[in-house]
Design a protein around this ligand. Structure first.
Ligand SMILES: C[S@@+](CC[C@H](N)C(=O)[O-])C[C@H]1O[C@@H](n2cnc3c(N)ncnc32)[C@H](O)[C@@H]1O
Length: 522
């Protein structure tokens, strides 16, 4: 029997068996339908007070709809993580409670989990007491091989146990029932992935050492996590960990979203980024929106198993979509004064500028692209070994070549400039960092129109650099631009936003002091 058939049978048959087993557990009296109905009623009543409702659409499954108007910047919903883990790797660790990376001490019991102090340790103790017991029984090598994804799964099962034992209460908006209701896409994942989930499930079961643990169910939950868990980021959108937010996970995707998901500590907060009328679907983006339709659709299909039919995606193949893709991921016109986009000619031998008609040879493009490729491998090597001087000089050469090859609004060019900006900031070369930051602003404005956190954060970086360099007037302008976006995407009450507003006030005060000093000198 081929492994494929074996997996098909095991997972599908056991899945049905498991669904029945759970029904029986939940159903002391009444039918499965009545359990689902009462669970949905509870969820609807929990959401009703917030002006939200869940409805189901054949092509999307569950969807989150509004039952009132939401203004730009308004919080649509916020949710604590049902379970979460920091992205601890062999080189970087964070506190399990607040994800901070300072003053960490290892849990003396399991030697796996870190805390920044007794407050975080205490707040996590109910769950960690069980996890610590399980991890402590492992030998050192096995303990070291416990990945964040495996810990997330362990915590999921331990939280379910605490809920069943009545130690952590289940509520209408936070319960394992909501986790079970999340899509798992078991019939869509390929055999290789199934085998991987099964191997991970085996390890989780080995760590839990529960006589009734069900490998198939754990594997299915791994698949659930893959399309429902969120990367938890700090206010500047740097990834810190992973969390499962079962209510926010009801929100579907659009490449033209009307809402954005940000994090305040481990709490997930969804803000409206435009006026959302009553009876509209709340939509966030699951993928980087500044990509061509083909790239976005590929990413959505691979991880979430659907074809997006949002207003941007239905334009696929139309002239403006082709233009957008060729600008984002294509080449530039040979004529430096022209900002046209290139398409292949009918013989597929050359590229033709769609604005001025100038030809560009495929050979020339290939040559520059292969130079960039070999330099990129080198630059990455320098970067990962923290040899920033060499990395910067190599990325500068890449940037020069990309300016010859790619359209001014190309993603690869902006990615290189972003890398240079980050490394130059690391080396405290503020003036060069500002040079690259300023180059990214017009591109960000085009790539992220409207209220997008990445545009706001880029203005913020620009403003900080300008202020550090004593260019107070421009710092005020950039920080004002940052506030104009981020007060909608991040709200105004977070420590990050309070700090930004304070910085803006200080920059404004300094600018007016400088102005009055100049006037009194006259
Ligand atoms: C995080 S869940 C969203 C909630 C989901 N609709 C449910 O019923 O639980 C992600 C899954 O929802 C579906 N989905 C999300 N956005 C979609 C869209 N724009 N079109 C079709 N399906 C979508 C896909 O099946 C995807 O894997």
């Amino acid at each position: 029997m081929s492994p494929h058939r074996w997996w098909d049978r095991t997972l599908v048959d056991k899945s049905q068996g498991q669904t029945r087993r759970l029904c029986c557990t939940v159903l002391a009296s009444g039918s499965w339908e009545s359990v689902v109905t009462s669970f949905m009623e509870e969820l609807q009543s929990g959401l009703g007070d917030r002006g939200l409702t869940v409805s189901t659409r054949p092509e999307k499954g569950r969807c989150l709809f509004t039952t009132r108007n939401f203004n730009p910047g308004e919080v649509i919903i916020s949710e604590e993580a049902y379970v979460s883990v920091p992205n601890n790797s062999g080189i970087e660790w964070r506190c399990d409670g607040c994800f901070s990376s300072s003053n960490l001490k290892k849990c003396s019991g399991c030697q796996v989990v870190w805390y920044c102090g007794s407050q975080c340790q205490k707040s996590e103790w109910k769950l960690h007491r069980l996890e610590c017991g399980a991890l402590s029984k492992l030998d050192e090598d096995r303990r070291k091989s416990v990945t964040p994804s495996m810990r997330l799964m362990l915590k999921l099962y331990l939280r379910r146990k605490l809920e069943l034992d009545g130690i952590i209460p289940a509520t209408s908006l936070s319960s394992y029932k909501l986790v079970e209701a999340l899509v798992a896409h078991m019939s869509d994942i390929d055999e290789k992935q199934l085998v991987l989930y099964a191997q991970m499930a085996n390890l989780v079961s080995l760590i839990l050492q529960w006589s009734d643990s069900n490998i198939k169910e754990i594997a299915e939950n791994f698949s659930r996590l893959a399309c429902n868990a969120h990367t938890i980021c700090d206010s500047e959108l740097r990834p810190l960990g992973t969390g499962l937010y079962p209510v926010i996970s009801i929100i579907n995707h659009s490449c033209l979203p009307n809402a954005v998901l940000v994090f305040e500590g481990r709490s997930a907060v969804v803000h409206a980024v435009q006026h959302i009328p009553k009876d509209a679907e709340v939509l966030i983006s699951y993928v980087e929106t500044a990509r061509s339709t083909m790239t976005r659709q590929k990413a959505l299909k691979e991880q979430y198993f659907f074809t997006c039919k949002c207003p941007r995606c239905i334009k696929v193949g139309q002239f403006d979509d082709i233009q957008e893709s060729a600008t984002l991921e294509g080449y530039k016109c040979k004529n430096n004064g022209c900002d046209g986009f290139l398409l292949r000619d009918s013989d597929d031998k050359e590229f033709i500028c769609q604005q001025c008609g100038l030809f560009r040879s495929k050979e020339e493009i290939k040559k520059i692209a292969s130079e960039i490729k070999s330099l990129s491998d080198k630059a990455l090597m320098y970067e990962t070994s923290h040899n920033y001087q060499e990395a910067i000089s190599t990325y500068k050469t890449i940037e020069k070549l990309q300016r010859k090859l790619c359209h001014n609004f190309s993603i690869s060019l902006i990615e290189t400039r972003e890398k240079l900006l980050k490394m130059l900031m690391e080396l405290e070369d503020w003036s060069e960092a500002l040079h690259y930051c300023r180059l990214t602003i017009p591109v960000y404005k085009r790539l992220y129109p409207g209220l997008h956190p990445l545009l706001g954060l880029q203005y913020y970086t620009c403003g900080k650099l300008e202020w550090l360099l004593g260019d107070t007037d421009n710092a005020v302008k950039s920080l004002t631009n940052a506030v104009d976006v981020l007060r909608f995407t991040h709200g105004t009450g977070t420590p990050f936003m309070k700090d930004l507003l304070l910085k803006l006030e200080e920059a404004q005060a300094e600018a007016s002091y400088k102005l009055s000093s100049k006037e009194s000198e006259k």
